[in-house]
Design a protein around this ligand. Structure first.
Ligand code: FES
Length: 82
């Protein structure tokens, strides 16, 4: 779920959050799509991400940062500050 717009998306297996948001026409920042550049970072408002990037430090993850090009969710629902 996106906090600002209230829009909700289901992320199919094999697709990234970034891909689903871009497919829906959202203008989201990205570059490498491999979890290494930091361009796609968003803030998690609610839920627990499944971090799969190589960019964020443990401290940044603890502060709610998430890379949507490669990371998923451990909880059924994730709310992002978008
Ligand atoms: Fe580079 Fe996500 S696009 S880390």
């Amino acid at each position: 779920m996106l906090e600002k717009s209230g829009r909700e998306f289901v992320i199919p297996e094999g697709k990234s959050i970034l891909e689903v948001l871009r497919d829906a026409g959202l203008d989201v920042d990205f570059s490498c799509e491999q979890g290494i550049c930091g361009a796609c970072q968003v803030q998690v408002v609610e839920g627990e991400p499944d971090h799969r990037d190589m960019f964020l430090s443990d401290e940044e993850k603890a502060e709610g940062g998430m890379m949507i090009c490669c990371s998923g969710s451990k909880t059924p629902r994730l709310t992002l500050a978008l």
